[in-house]
Design a protein around this ligand. Structure first.
Ligand code: PGA
Ligand code: ZN
Length: 417
């Protein structure tokens, strides 16, 4: 009953219309499937994403080789394994691949299988997915870090900073958190329209108006928060993902304007906008190898959440370096940066043990799969970053969290910010 009978994969499409891997696993009576997401501003140290570079019919983007590997080697290896033994399933995948960066099988092949196994185990146990991770009771809902203006690699408007987000700190429950974000987004829509700017959205559902100064975007957000009747910095916090890998050249950064300036100058500018806009969280403020600049920023700011995404790539070794170097106080968690569910859980466990905040994240290329909503609750993660209230691949995760909150009923609580 608990044995894996069959593993099957197919090529499907993600939210950007790019091919991606879907894996499906079968036991005698049940089956489950999962879709691997895909990033645009990826870190160098992320696990490898396998694409058929030479398949001109799909402009080099198809994943038929990854699909084939699942249908052959992976299927053969996992057949007969106990579906509830996630660690063994993941270890078999890691051994079969045999490389540090998952170059042979591809992390996209491995993760789709790993997530499908986790889902199927929950189905067989007749448990909601969120109840099968690390937390056994006292489930808590994460605060959404809702992306409302897109820039950087996720839009073509020339905004230096990639993601401008709001966090509804005043919300006492998840449904209310959604309402607060909803109201601000609707007011922001009106403000953007009034200015005669486009109200079209970027890859993660946030607006992508043709403005190119960070301050202009931040002013718009502050106005929308005010117009909604909330207090910036109290009811709602503005949070940023700079994705500074994309803004780095010869030890200089072009974060605050097109001009490349020193780390010291960049930090001064950070401090200015933190004060002016009451910013509470900054992700990837510096480049992925620039550990010391991260540490300098940590020493220069007070009570600001500094989040490592490309810096850590959900990799335990890199997180340990960051911890010893005092590079940040939070970590972004993306399953496909490391390639298996078990390794992801190990990183979350370690991060929580050293007092880091954990933030579960989508990718800019995502799908209808809502695995990360359950993962956020099931790992007691403080926040979730899964785009705006637009584009169904983003909204699907929020809707799943609404369902989980409803299921928990009176026992449901919000996590610590
Ligand atoms: P990505 O962006 O999925 O394109 O890497 C998300 C992020 O940088 O957090
Ligand atoms: Zn990021």
């Amino acid at each position: 009953m608990n044995k894996i009978l069959k593993v099957l994969a197919r090529q499907v499409f993600d939210s950007r219309g790019n091919p991606t891997v879907e894996a499906e696993i079968f036991t005698k009576r049940n089956s489950a499937r999962a879709i691997c997401p895909s990033g645009a501003s990826t870190g160098t140290y992320e696990a490898f994403e396998k694409r058929d570079k030479n398949n001109k019919k799909y402009l080099g983007k198809s994943v038929f080789n990854a699909v084939h590997l699942i249908n052959t080697k992976i299927a053969k290896t996992l057949k007969g394994q106990n579906i509830h033994n996630q660690e063994r399933i993941d270890a078999l995948l890691i051994n079969l691949d045999g490389t540090p960066q998952k170059k042979n099988l591809g992390a996209n092949a491995m993760l789709a299988v790993s997530m499908a196994a986790k889902k199927l185990s929950a189905i067989v146990k007749k448990k909601p997915l969120y109840q099968t991770f690390l937390v056994k009771n006292n489930y808590k809902l994460p605060y959404p870090l809702m992306n409302i203006i897109n820039g950087g690699a996720h839009a073509n408007n020339g905004l230096r900073i990639q993601e401008f987000m709001i966090r509804p700190d005043c919300a006492k429950n998840f449904a209310e958190a959604m309402r607060v974000c909803f109201v601000v987004i609707k007011n922001l829509y009106e403000l953007i329209k009034k200015k005669g700017l486009s109200i079209s959205v970027g890859d993660e559902g946030g607006f992508a108006p043709m403005i190119n100064s960070n301050n202009q975007a931040l002013d718009l957000i502050v106005s929308a928060i005010k117009k909604s009747g909330f207090k910036n910095g109290k009811d709602i916090s503005i949070c940023l993902d700079v994705a500074a890998n994309e803004l780095f050249k010869k030890n200089k950064y072009s974060i605050h304007s097109k001009k490349y300036v020193t780390v010291e100058k960049s930090i001064k500018e950070y401090i200015k906008i933190i004060k002016k806009y009451k910013i509470k969280s900054i992700e990837d403020p510096f480049e992925e190898n620039d550990w010391n600049s991260w540490n300098k920023l940590m020493k220069s700011v007070n009570k600001i959440q500094i989040v490592g995404d490309d810096l850590y790539v959900t990799n335990l070794q890199r997180l340990k370096i960051g911890f010893l170097n005092l590079s940040s106080n939070s970590i972004l968690i993306k399953l496909n940066q490391i390639g298996t569910v078990s390794e992801t859980l190990d990183v979350i466990k370690f991060a929580q043990a050293i007092g880091f905040k954990t933030i579960i994240s989508h990718r800019s290329g995502d799908s209808e799969d809502t695995f990360i909503a359950d993962l956020a609750v099931g790992t007691n993660s403080n926040q979730i970053k899964t785009g705006s209230l637009a584009r169904s691949e983003r909204v699907a995760k929020y809707n799943q969290l609404i369902r989980i909150e409803e299921q928990l009923g009176k026992k449901a609580k919000m996590n610590k910010i």
